[in-house]
Design a protein around this ligand. Structure first.
Ligand SMILES: *[C@@H]1O[C@H](CO)[C@@H](O)[C@H](O)[C@H]1NC(C)=O
Ligand SMILES: *[C@@H]1O[C@H](CO)[C@@H](O)[C@H](O)[C@H]1NC(C)=O
Ligand SMILES: *[C@@H]1O[C@H](CO)[C@@H](O)[C@H](O)[C@H]1NC(C)=O
Ligand SMILES: *[C@@H]1O[C@H](CO)[C@@H](O)[C@H](O)[C@H]1NC(C)=O
Ligand SMILES: *[C@@H]1O[C@H](CO)[C@@H](O)[C@H](O)[C@H]1NC(C)=O
Length: 495
């Protein structure tokens, strides 16, 4: 039985193509692509995990009545049959139409069992027992893992699974073992099929178990009690000859159901076919494409859950927060409130709009800036300037931290209202621009430089990640490795 199944695995392997690039999925706002190198890594991990979870592997007891000339019927029992070691020297992984096929070939296994026999003549009863060691050579274990999307959840199924043993050698210990070697060799076929059937069943069970683990994963990952990331699968899994692609919804939603979203996503949904970036030429394991709408959904949730305003009333250069400093720029201000303290209230009016362009990330923030005078402890708004700030930014990933930096790229202002006469906007703008560049941008950068932790994948992290900016998408091309302690300082950062 297992022999026939085995043939099915091997044929698709001849179709291995040499293309290696990862392309991001077509739908969903976050897509994942796993390249040939990534599949290799996942396969090795899967095989090692499978071996350590299966070993020691108990096989069913084998009993036989052997007819021996002169002696008569001898009853032999092999019990406590345990595979205690498996070595897989080579293995291959191949995505195909049915799913991902993994074949471990040339595998060896070590197995031990207790043997005993007994027979009786009309005069005496004989019995003996001992331990035997078996070397299993040239095992081929193959399995096709079916992957499909069922209502937004990834389902795994064991599509085709088989094990084939080419040769075993049995060595007996104890009893008058040299005498029984021939008899035990008689069990070779039984042991071979017990190994083949048990491994086939166990691998099938392991896939079913893995699938049930996948079913327990939520469709949303919550961050605190404010926002959740929708991880519903919207696209794929799609298998090409060298890669596997999967897309998830990827938008942040507000957890509080009472909250109303005033989001403003751009209309350019992920385009089909054209315009998708790819980690071409890079020998990276995974490619993760994040559409700008993901960032805009986060921006919307953040905006809705927190009042976004920033009061500046304390500066290293405190002079700027005194009406005296403004006497030439806004004479009427100084005249009405001589030598009074001032404060600025930057109030963000709508969720910052984030766009991804070929050069990097561009954030546009619409805000009102209230110019306040603090007169005898009373805060008096004296003017309001509407300000549109455009900042360009970049992101970097170091192990499990996402960080970045911004710089001010454009500033436009207009006067909304004023109780202190007409303002000389060109002069006001130059002061505001100085304030933003010297105070606000560095404070934001300090926070971005510290970064934000990325979720950890069960002890694995992104390594050697590079970020490519593409029209409306960020593409992260990265390797995956076990998390190490040594921290490499961030080299993407600039002021
Ligand atoms: C397991 O079998 C291999 C050969 O298949 C042999 O080289 C090795 O020594 C055996 N290991 C043990 C612990 O018996
Ligand atoms: C959310 O969590 C914060 C603390 O983390 C708590 O103060 C707040 O009450 C929580 N809000 C809700 C709606 O549970
Ligand atoms: C999550 O995404 C799926 C697929 O796009 C969508 O059908 C579902 O409504 C989303 N869930 C929430 C809570 O927005
Ligand atoms: C800043 O302005 C917002 C409204 O734009 C207001 O809600 C908030 O109280 C102000 N904060 C201070 C400290 O003036
Ligand atoms: C990351 O890059 C370094 C240097 O190029 C290399 O030694 C290391 O193996 C890479 N890590 C992975 C997981 O490929």
């Amino acid at each position: 039985m297992s022999r026939r199944v085995f043939i099915i695995f091997v044929i698709p392997l001849l179709l291995i193509s040499s293309s290696t690039h990862v392309e991001s999925g077509e739908d969903g706002y976050i897509s994942f692509g796993i390249s040939e190198k990534g599949l290799e890594f996942a396969k090795d991990l899967l095989i090692n995990t499978a071996i350590s979870s299966l070993i020691p592997l108990q096989l069913p007891k084998i009993e036989q009545n052997v007819q021996i000339p002169l002696v008569g019927k001898v009853r032999m029992v092999l019990s406590d049959i345990v595979i205690y070691q498996v070595n897989v020297p080579t293995s291959i992984v191949q995505p195909g139409e049915m799913g991902v096929t993994i074949v471990a070939s040339g595998a060896t296994a070590n197995l031990s069992f207790e043997w005993s026999y007994s027979y009786s003549t009309w005069l005496f009863e004989f019995s003996d027992s001992g331990v035997a060691y078996v070397q299993v050579e040239g095992m081929e274990i193959g399995m096709t893992l079916g992957l499909k999307n069922q209502q937004g959840t990834l389902r795994l199924s064991p599509e085709d699974c088989g094990c084939y043993v080419s040769y075993i050698s049995i060595k007996l210990d104890g009893g008058a073992s040299w005498l029984y070697q021939g008899i035990v060799d008689y069990f070779e076929d039984d042991i071979v099929s017990a190994v083949e059937d048990t491994i086939t069943n166990k691998v099938t069970d392991a896939v079913i178990k893995l699938d049930s683990v996948f079913q327990t994963f939520p469709k949303e990952i919550s961050f605190g009690n404010i926002t959740a990331l929708n991880v519903t699968i919207t696209e794929g899994p799609t298998m090409t000859t060298t890669s596997l692609l999967i897309g998830i919804n990827g938008l942040f939603t507000q957890i509080d159901p009472k909250a109303t979203l005033v989001g403003h996503y751009t209309n350019n949904l992920p385009s089909t076919g054209t315009g998708t970036g790819s980690c071409s030429n890079s020998e990276k394991m995974v490619g993760i494409s994040v559409h700008e709408n993901v960032l805009n959904s986060a921006s919307t949730v953040y905006f809705n859950s927190k009042k976004m305003y920033w009061v500046v009333d304390n500066l290293p250069d405190q002079k700027i927060l005194n009406t005296a400093e403004w006497r030439f720029i806004i004479p009427k201000l100084y005249k009405e409130y001589p030598n009074d303290d001032m404060s600025f209230n930057f109030t963000v009016l709508s969720p910052p709009l984030i766009q991804i362009q070929n050069q990097g990330i561009v954030a546009t923030v619409n805000s009102d800036v209230f110019i306040n005078v603090v007169d005898a402890g009373e805060v008096i708004p004296v003017a309001c300037i509407s300000m549109e700030i455009e900042a360009s930014g970049f992101a970097g990933i170091i192990s499990t931290t996402l960080n970045g930096g911004i710089s001010l790229s454009k500033l436009t202002m207009s006067l909304k209202w004023s109780k202190i006469g007409t303002l000389h906007m060109l002069l006001v703008q130059s002061v505001m621009s100085r304030l933003l560049k010297s105070i606000i941008v560095p404070v934001v950068n300090l926070r971005l430089r510290v970064g934000y932790s990325l979720p950890d994948f069960h002890g694995y992290e992104l390594q050697n990640a590079s970020i490519i900016y593409h029209d409306s998408k960020i593409l992260v091309c990265s390797d995956i490795a076990r998390a190490y302690d040594d921290y490499i300082p961030h080299r993407f950062y600039y002021e």
